[in-house]
Design a protein around this ligand. Structure first.
Ligand code: MSP
Length: 660
């Protein structure tokens, strides 16, 4: 990157679902990159936001029984709070319901229209309201099933405006060829090239039947196709077509669009074509990352055969892991352009291996030795340092210089996991140096002092460099370590390339709690197990066709969950499980049922006895801590911590009565 401007965007998120790991990931990737380039003094702007129009959102609001704007406001607030809780710091948050965005999107439409690339016609086809995309008919007259959402598409036959995408075939192919770095990784660019070479049909870009959208300029019976509306956010947020924001001249087209591979076509084909049609330059870079899988399967909110969703719950993630640990894992584990598998076990292994035993241990060993042997003052390499110690130190300094170029090059091409590997090679190098030279054996001997000083100077200097390099990946821990190293300012303000291997200026190090406390896998896994109860009855056959994202299920889906009135007869704590209570509950059957509930931190067992509750009674039995649970009690999950509030009755209801 030569122009020292760094504008990074995430996709704007649909507000028909709550934030999940996929959303978190793209945003933390952007956050890490923004911190890196800001450290290096680039003029940086990090944009994220929410995509709030369209049929699905209209339907989700209807299902929630709220006016659409109220519904989207609530979900946007949750997105913002979640990202803030994970320490993510975007510079701006664009909402497609912002007046300035609406004005800007309409300005873009007019510009494309006035240049002759929009015409009115009639559309008849099949639409997936989750992808917001028309799908090809496979069997004549039959609704094709959306391959992504595995459910039939909907028939749309109405007047529509079309965008002359077909006119851009050659220009798009020239663009991919002239700027191969514009669509990355290469495999994804090849996908775009084949899509464009094969057949480019004009694109329907308005709907009459969708009311929750931006009115088409001069024809308000139509609303804009959500992707035309959504993609334009990248420039409306910079003030294109509106006066409320600024930055278009400063940042466009010096942009990096981060997107999941599922939405590549919109960014690599449609978006550049819309811009070309408006006579605006296409984006400099679109980078497509892989998907998070969970247990080898695509993450989904739909419950599997055991009645659980494999989607990673961000509340659970935050309850058990620090922001830095979660962030490090995501950035380290997802290799360049590939899918990544998310498991809590792998997360704990990385936290304990790479962070606690690796970086954290190197830091604590070094600081402890400096405090013990030099009263906390970082030693310099003394003039009488033994030649072999001096040479070893110089070799390490040299490795750092070489490796820095490697580290920066990986970041430049967005291979962040490779950049981290490069940094960890140096952690291993310093660790080995300490093990080989065993400075702890030298602390008592005055004649070994020059050698000891050389070793510890090198270790401290290495830590100083790594703290700067790793700041974007571990902002909280590196900021703490920086001050423990006695260094002025913050690593957020220091560029990796500005560091030279020189003396610490009278730095006095200090102590503190472990940067990355070791995590106990068994305890954490048990806790996670106990708090992630099955979310619904296990489906008997393949997942039902109704889409969870639309907000609707059928009455038959609902009827599958058997909810009954229960009465708590006995309640006690489960030994060595501080979250679990064991209840005996009368649900109107011959014998009471044993039910385990993760509520022990909020309810004293004795307060529950005699209480009427709601129990899901047809869930498959599950074992927790060796005890079988034969049902699930229902409770509201309140606040960020998910505090349970047990559902109950204000009038008498007989045990076993069904809720429907
Ligand atoms: N609203 C559109 C984007 C419009 S941009 C002009 C959209 N929203 S989304 O909320 O469905 O997805 C946003 C991003 O989250 C996409 O980049 C998508 O790839 C990403 N992820 C959703 N699930 C994911 C995983 N399981 N793993 C990684 N990222 C995934 O699409």
């Amino acid at each position: 990157m030569t122009d020292r401007r760094f504008y990074v965007t995430t996709p704007i998120y649909y507000v028909n679902a709550r934030p999940h790991l996929g959303h978190l990931y793209t945003t933390l990737l952007a956050d890490a990159l923004a911190r890196h380039y800001r450290q290096r003094g680039f003029d940086t702007f990090f944009l994220t936001g929410t995509d709030e129009h369209g049929l699905n959102i209209e339907r989700a609001a209807a299902a929630a029984g709220r006016p659409v704007k109220e519904h989207v406001d609530a979900i946007v607030a949750e997105f913002k709070a979640t990202f803030a809780a994970f320490g993510l710091e975007p510079d701006d948050w664009i909402r497609t319901t912002d007046a300035a965005h609406i004005q800007g999107a309409q300005a873009l439409w007019r510009r494309v229209r006035d240049r002759g690339y929009i015409y009115k016609g009639h559309y008849a086809g099949w639409y997936c309201s989750s992808c917001n995309e028309f799908k090809d008919e496979v069997i004549p007259g039959e609704a094709p099933v959306c391959e992504i959402h595995l459910r039939p598409t909907e028939r749309v036959a109405e007047e529509s405006y079309f965008f002359k995408l077909s006119a851009f075939r050659d220009r798009l192919l020239d663009f991919y060829e002239a700027q191969p770095e514009a669509i990355q990784p290469d495999a994804r660019r090849n996908e775009a090239v084949s899509f464009v070479s094969a057949s480019l049909r004009d694109l329907s870009i308005s709907r009459i039947s969708v009311k929750w959208g931006i009115p088409v300029p001069d024809d308000p019976a139509h609303t804009m196709y959500v992707w035309f509306d959504a993609l334009s956010n990248y420039i409306t947020a910079l003030g294109f077509g509106n006066d409320a924001r600024t930055g278009f001249d400063r940042f466009w087209p010096h942009v990096l669009h981060l997107v999941g591979k599922d939405i590549l076509r919109f960014h690599a084909v449609y978006w550049p074509a819309f811009l070309m049609a408006a006579d605006l330059p296409p984006p400099r870079r679109v980078f497509s990352h892989g998907m998070w899988l969970s247990g080898g399967r695509k993450m989904s909110k739909t419950p599997d055969a055991s009645g659980r969703s494999n989607a990673i719950d961000l509340g659970v993630l935050r309850r058990h892991f620090s922001n830095d640990v979660a962030r490090y894992f995501c950035l380290r584990e997802m290799a360049y352009g590939q899918d990544g598998d998310f498991t809590y076990e792998a997360l704990i292994d990385r936290a304990n291996g790479d962070l606690a035993s690796g970086f954290g241990n190197l830091a604590s060993r070094t600081l402890t030795l400096i405090r013990k042997a030099f009263d906390g003052v970082v030693p310099n390499v003394p003039p009488d340092a033994p030649p072999d110690a001096r040479e070893a130190a110089a070799a390490i300094a040299e490795r750092f210089t070489v490796q820095r170029a490697v580290f920066l090059a990986h970041i430049e091409r967005l291979a962040l996991s490779r950049a981290l590997e490069a940094a960890w090679e140096l952690i291993a190098l310093l660790d080995k140096h300490l093990s080989d030279t065993a400075p702890w054996k030298l602390t008592g001997s005055p004649e070994a002092r020059p050698r000891l000083a050389t070793i510890l100077h090198t270790a401290a200097e290495g830590l100083r460099h790594l703290t700067v390099w790793l700041y974007p990946f571990l902002p909280e821990a590196t900021t703490a370590l920086w001050s423990r190293l006695g260094l002025p300012g913050q690593p957020a303000r220091v560029a990796p390339e500005s560091l030279s291997w020189q003396r610490f200026k009278s730095a006095v190090v200090s102590d503190g709690p472990a940067l990355f406390p070791r995590l106990d896998k068994t305890t954490i896994m048990n806790d996670i197990e106990a708090t992630t109860q099955p979310v619904a009855a296990p489906p008997a056959s393949p997942a039902p066709a109704a889409a969870p994202e639309t907000g609707y299920i059928t009455i038959d889906d609902f009827a599958k969950v058997e909810l009954r009135v229960g009465q708590v007869l006995e309640a006690e704590r489960v030994p060595k499980a501080d979250k679990l209570l064991r209840l005996q509950v009368d649900v109107g059957e011959a014998t009471p049922r044993q039910i385990l509930a993760g509520i022990a931190q909020y309810y004293a067992p004795e307060t529950l006895i005699g209480r009427k509750i709601v129990v899901a009674t047809n869930l498959a039995p599950r074992k927790l801590r060796g005890l079988e649970s034969n049902g699930m009690l229902l409770a509201a999950s309140v606040g960020e911590q998910g505090r349970p509030v047990i559902a109950t009755f204000t009038e008498d209801a007989p045990n076993g009565a069904r809720l429907k």
